[in-house]
Design a protein around this ligand. Structure first.
Ligand SMILES: [Zn+2]
Ligand SMILES: [Zn+2]
Length: 264
């Protein structure tokens, strides 16, 4: 029993690690094409981001591997494979339910990790990326990685989800995790500044969290930030103070979107 669980955890670690490398490499390449020189001089930071991210892959892989093993061998979880087992409208709704639940967990744990003690212990690693790159998607201290690693493996016990819908959730999680950190806006300006952008988080929103810290804590949706008064609007990809700068001294600014950081 121990060997199959171990193999499942190893397989999941490999899947999460390779998924990260492919997604981050893909968007880092897109960055070279669309914003040449944006990551210039950040080689050391990127190597550190990759190191922490691969360590996080192992931390994500263990609970995912145990649950995947339990699902295949003992029928654990509410993951289903027969698409007719629930009404069809549940497919998109289950994706939304997973994202909303993950977003809620992320908002409150993230906000808590911005208290001085937890920040120093768990969250400073993520904010050492100044400004973040496409490689920072999983750049977390192991303590922070642990808070993220338990989410999906717990939710599959609570919320019924088709295996393909779960794949969709994981794809959205991966793509948004990378693109929100890559330093430029992928989505059309009309969307980001329009009605959808008032509720959805993209790079313009999360960049501001990395620049100003005490705001914009959400993951996918601006719901909790808006409700709790922590939403400071969209960032502008202007120069982010590099490492060593005082994180507490950033004033709130306006809301320009889409202006690329000149040169890098
Ligand atoms: Zn943070
Ligand atoms: Zn971040």
């Amino acid at each position: 029993m121990v060997i199959p669980i171990l193999l499942s955890a190893l397989a999941m670690t490999a899947i999460v690690g390779v998924r990260y490398l492919i997604a981050s490499a893909g968007f880092a390449f897109a960055t070279r094409v669309r914003q040449p020189g944006l990551y210039a001089g950040q080689g050391r930071q990127i190597r550190r981001e990759i190191g922490w991210s691969l360590a996080s892959a192992a931390i994500y892989g263990v609970p995912a591997g145990i649950v995947a093993w339990g699902w295949r061998t003992h029928g654990w979880t509410r993951i289903y494979e027969d698409v007719g087992a629930y009404p069809l409208w549940w497919l998109p709704l289950s994706v939304f339910a997973f994202l909303a639940a993950h977003d809620t967990w992320f908002y409150w744990t993230h906000r808590w990790m911005h208290r001085p003690g937890p920040f120093r212990i768990a969250h400073a690693v993520h904010h050492a990326s100044r400004p973040p790159t496409a490689w920072a998607a999983m750049s977390f201290h192991p303590w922070e990685a642990l808070t993220g690693a338990v989410v999906i493996p717990s939710l599959v016990f609570l919320i019924p989800i088709h295996v393909a819908a779960l794949g969709t959730v994981l794809a959205i999680m991966t793509i948004m995790g990378v693109t929100n950190h890559m330093g430029w806006e992928l989505f059309p300006r009309s969307m980001v500044t329009g009605a959808a952008g008032r509720w959805l988080i993209t790079a313009s929103h999360h960049q501001r969290h990395h620049r100003d810290y005490g705001c914009n804590y959400g993951l996918y949706f601006r719901f909790w930030d808006r409700l709790c008064g922590t939403d400071r609007g969209l960032g502008d990809f202007g120069p982010t103070p590099r490492r060593g700068a005082d994180p507490g001294r950033h004033a709130a600014g306006g809301e320009p979107v889409g202006t690329a950081r000149p040169g890098g």
